[in-house]
Design a protein around this ligand. Sequence first.
Ligand code: CAA
Length: 280
Amino acid sequence: MSDARVNEPRPDPATGPNEAELAEAGLRLDVDGAIATITLNRPERRNAMTFATWRGLARIGESLPDGVRVVVLRGAGPSFSAGIDLGMFSGGAGPEDAGAGGGFPDGADEAASDRFIAGLQAGYTWLRRPEIVSIAAVHGHAIGGGFQLALACDIRVIADDTKFCMKEPALGLVPDLTGTKPLVEIVGVNRALELCLTARTVLADEAARLGLAELVVPRDALDKTVAEIVTALLAVNPGAAVATKRLLLEAPHNTLDEQCAAERREQIGRMRDLFGAESA
Ligand code: CAA
């Protein structure tokens, strides 16, 4: 990739992707009140992802309407996602990704390459925002970037045909789409190392045992189960939901004293909202 491409100006974050951009990204977005559903939508390629997919996800995150409280990520067709579009390694994944090396920076300009990868990671990081709860509804294969997308979500509901695989090291790459941190937090360093460096497939029952799934359901019950969880999430007071997610995200990094203080701070905010003069 030339430096000119790496340094290209980004689209205005305030405006979300239009239909043509979503189609190029292989994504569908349906917003229904407080629920946004993002469908990875290249079933004929098993929802393989390109740079356009990751940038499209970032744009969706940047432009998400304020009222959205739950974001569901799902895949069309037989799989959640087969990960990076392998055509990108040969420049055959689409116009944006054409050229020698498939549009990857060669790393010569370290700062530009860093910005380039950060722009792709932005497609995943927003799913942790306290203002939303993100749910990955996974079925079939979730490989590489697809597995990492599931890991970026707050809750993973998986079908019993799910197959997770962290394939990047087998391709000479590292998992760089924000997946290493949640993976280690969930399964520990040693298991994460074993999974990544063997690039082996984890089936649904093992995924549940390892904590990689909050719930395993029969394939034909996936949509219904996710809908039930969404309903339950939306029944909770919105302010309490945001404050509680913020609190839980802080917990692993805090000492007990710090976390107790954080609980007091958040609860005082809740008391103000619920019982304060302005809410009366
Ligand atoms: N990229 C491009 N095309 C893909 C693809 C991918 N990752 N995965 C599947 N496809 C295409 C196939 O080429 C095939 O196309 P044709 O119909 O034109 O032949 C079509 O999708 C259907 O695929 P299969 O017939 O193979 O479907 P399957 O259900 O039998 O198998 C699969 C599904 C196990 C996902 C298999 O397709 C596969 O192993 N795909 C490659 C997975 C892979 O190695 N991904 C890279 C992960 S690493 C990563 O993601 C790195 C990163 O983020 C930085």
